[in-house]
Structures are given as structure tokens and as C-alpha cells.
Write a protein that binds this ligand. Structure first.
Ligand code: PLP
Length: 416
């Protein structure tokens, strides 16, 4: 019996059931992944016992001999993986990381320009329900009718509103961003360029997506999506902004860093620098393209007509099913994803017309082209039979049989 099992069987059992769920399901939520056992071990380590407000060599508490080394290694590895000049690994997650950037450079009421939430931007890029939209004058740019970024429209908006920060980055955009264009626009209006690469950071690390680093003043990212690390975040920036960013993270936004997360970020970055990670990210992109092909052949309407990264957005308006109905039916069939607004959606955000899916997690468990064909066919059957619980149960069994052949990282003990 483990200590947890003995002391708190209720929580132990729920974690165990979640392990089984993560093994048994085809997880397509575009922001999720499976971390390695090594990353899990660091996350769950005794480093959680330590307090270390400050930065390596400049702490407010003693006993930092080892923590300083861990944080310095994480920083050095991030610099090496991304070619960043300065790195802060302390943000608790992606949202506070973005807030810290605003705190570093903005005063309340200053203008930011980012991608509209219903068009694929993130809440923290200026949505009115987020601090980013309440405390700042947040202006947003939209996609064109085909769901593609229109750089002329971004330029016009920027010229009009003169943002202090221009934000590039998204949570649901299946295309590669033109960082050089964003830079040009930022320069024209005298804005800082912030790239939030949370979704595609792993692809940048693996060299299968253009890097924002030659262009951006500041790059933020979560560490737990395509980068396959623990839940956390990093802010990377040009050396000239190092002081402002570090001050904004601590003491501006946060107290003590989560040292166990810092260690796990270091472990994930070591993994991200390997050839096997490069292969993994190439497979993520290949899998997305293969799955997109199968779905298009089945008559699914992919926003922008396909994908260039790990994710795709599907407008289900032509399928007589809402995004929520599809997501619920797919979940019942063992395929887990989220409903999502599509650009110019006529439906409400809580009950939108589309679904979003990504290939990071399934690629981590070894799915490749053959499985994409099987998966695309299963998704088509679910959507065509979403009210038939017998069909959904039958597909759930097929999903489980497929998953049993592909033990996920960290969950090998669950595989039969
Ligand atoms: N930025 C982008 C582009 C995201 O997609 C997300 C999360 O989905 C975040 C920031 C926020 O990250 P977190 O949920 O860790 O706060």
C-alpha cells in the first residue's frame, strides 16, 4: 500500500480512477499531454517543502544551495532550447505569466491589441471578462471569412489604437503565425511585440514550427501543453527587459516560486532538447495533417481548410450537430475533446458550433498515421450516430482496445 492509499483512500481512489481514464480514452484536448515519469517524479518531489522567494543568488530565505542550482539549470536549459536571452521560470501558469508581462510594461488604461477570444485568442489577451480586458484598454483583431489572420487588418487596427503591446499567439488557430509581419506592425506603431506561444512551444523546441525569438521582445509560454512539462509557465525576453520582467513576476505578481515545478520544467527541457523529442513533434504535426485529411474526406468542415500545427478547429454547422452535442457524444465514445466557437459563430460560446482537437497527447502514446485513419473513422461514426447510445458504447470498446495497445507515458502500469 502506498502512503496515500493508507492515509486518504478517497483521494487515492479518485487519482487511480483518473489514471485509468487517461489510459482508456483518446485524449484530443489540444492543450493537454502526457508527461514522462521523470517529469512526474520531479513534480511530486520534496521540493514542494521549500520556500525561495527571490531569484538564484538573491533570495529572501536561507537554505537555497540546491534550489538555486535547480532554478539556474532550468533557466540555462530554456535558453539553450529556445535561444532566449533571458528566462524567468517562476510564473505559476500561463495566465499569471501574461499578467506579469502587462504589469512590467503597462499602466492601467494602456492599450493592448490581441487576437479576439471567439477567433482563437486567449482570455488573457484582452477578453472583457479577464483582468487583461478590465484593467487595460483591450482592442482585438479578428480573422477573415476563411478563418485566416489578415495582417492588413491587424496593421490598420494597430495604427488606429496605437497599442503599447501587440500580442501574437492563440489557443485555437490551426495555422502558423507570420512573426516577421507582426514585428513589422509593432515597429510601425512603436509597440512591444509579445508572442504567447503556449500552444506551439513544443513545436518550436522541436524545430517543426518557426521560432518567434528572432522577432519578439517577450515570449510567454505554458510548459504543460506541446512542451510536455509540468503545469507551469515561463517568460522569455530580450536582455534589456530582464529586470522589468523579473520584478513583475516577483514581487509584482507572485510570492515564492513552486520549486518542484521548476525542477520538473528543467527535466522537461532536457527531454525537449533530444532527437527523440524532435521526432515526437514532427509526428504531432504529421498526425494532425493525417487526421485532418481523413476528416475532410468524411465531409467535415475544417476552419481554414486544414492545419499546419498540432490543432484543428471543426465547424459542425453542416453536420446537423452542435459542438456541445458532438463533444458529449465523443466523450461517451471514449474520445475526449472540447466544444469551441468557430470564427463568426452564430451560436453562444457555451453552446458553440465547433469542436477543437489536437494531437499532442495521442502522439505521446505512440499513435501514428494508421491510428489517425482509425480515429477519423470513429469520429465520423460518432457524429453520424450521436443519439444512438449502443453505437457510442460499441465505439468506446474499440477505443479502449486501441488504447491498450499504446501505453501512455507515466501510465505504463495501467496498460493490460
Ligand atoms: N495562453 C494561451 C495561448 C493558452 O492557450 C493558455 C491556456 O490554455 C494560457 C495562456 C493560460 O494558461 P493557464 O491555463 O496555465 O493559465
Amino acid at each position: 500500500m502506498t502512503a496515500l492509499q493508507q492515509q486518504d483512500p478517497e483521494i487515492f481512489s479518485l487519482i487511480q480512477q483518473e489514471e485509468v481514464r487517461q489510459h482508456n480514452k483518446i485524449r484530443l484536448i489540444a492543450s493537454e499531454n502526457y508527461v514522462s515519469s521523470a517529469v512526474l517524479e520531479a513534480t511530486g518531489s520534496i521540493l514542494t517543502n521549500k520556500y525561495s522567494e527571490g531569484y538564484p543568488g538573491k533570495r529572501y530565505y536561507e537554505g537555497q544551495q540546491l534550489i538555486d542550482q535547480i532554478e539556474s539549470i532550468a533557466i540555462d536549459r530554456a535558453k539553450a532550447v529556445f535561444g532566449a536571452e533571458h528566462v524567468n521560470v517562476q510564473p505559476y501558469s500561463g495566465s499569471p505569466a501574461n499578467m506579469a508581462v502587462y504589469l512590467a510594461f503597462l499602466k492601467p488604461g494602456d492599450t493592448i491589441l490581441g487576437m479576439a477570444l471567439p477567433h482563437g485568442g486567449h482570455l488573457t489577451h484582452g477578453s472583457k471578462v479577464s483582468i487583461s480586458g478590465k484593467y487595460f484598454n483591450a482592442v482585438s483583431y479578428a480573422l477573415n471569412e476563411e478563418g485566416i489572420l489578415d495582417y492588413e487588418e491587424i496593421r490598420n487596427k494597430a495604427l488606429e489604437c496605437k497599442p503599447k503591446i501587440l500580442i501574437a499567439g492563440h489557443s485555437a488557430y490551426p495555422r502558423i503565425l507570420d512573426f516577421a509581419k507582426f514585428r513589422e506592425i509593432a515597429d510601425e506603431v512603436g509597440a512591444l511585440l509579445m508572442v504567447d506561444m503556449a500552444h506551439f512551444a513544443g513545436l518550436v523546441a522541436g524545430g517543426v514550427h518557426p521560432s518567434p525569438f528572432p522577432y519578439a521582445d517577450v515570449v510567454t509560454t505554458t510548459t504543460h501543453k506541446s512542451l510536455r512539462g509540468p503545469r507551469g509557465a515561463m517568460i522569455m525576453c530580450k536582455a534589456e527587459y530582464a529586470k522589468a520582467i523579473d520584478k513583475a513576476v516577483f514581487p509584482g505578481m507572485q510570492g515564492g516560486p513552486h520549486d518542484s515545478t521548476t525542477a520538473a520544467i528543467a527535466v522537461a527541457l532536457k527531454e525537449a532538447s533530444t532527437d527523440s523529442f524532435k521526432k515526437y513533434t514532427a509526428q504531432v504535426v504529421e498526425n494532425a495533417a493525417s487526421l485532418a485529411d481523413v476528416l475532410i474526406e468524411k465531409g467535415f468542415n475544417l476552419v481554414t481548410g486544414g492545419t499546419e500545427n498540432h490543432l484543428m478547429l471543426i465547424d459542425l454547422s453542416n453536420k446537423n450537430i452542435t459542438g456541445k452535442q458532438a463533444a458529449k457524444a465523443l466523450d461517451a465514445a471514449g474520445i475526449v475533446l472540447n466544444c469551441n466557437s468557430v470564427p463568426f459563430d452564430k451560436r453562444k460560446p457555451f453552446d458553440p458550433s465547433g469542436i477543437r482537437l489536437g494531437t499532442c497527447a495521442i502522439t505521446s502514446r505512440g499513435f501514428a498515421k494508421a491510428e489517425m485513419v482509425i480515429l477519423g473513422n470513429m469520429m465520423d461514426r460518432v457524429v453520424n450516430n450521436f443519439e444512438d447510445s449502443a453505437v457510442l458504447a460499441e465505439i468506446a470498446q474499440e477505443v479502449q482496445a486501441l488504447c491498450d495497445k499504446f501505453p501512455a507515458p507515466g501510465l505504463e502500469h495501467i496498460a493490460k
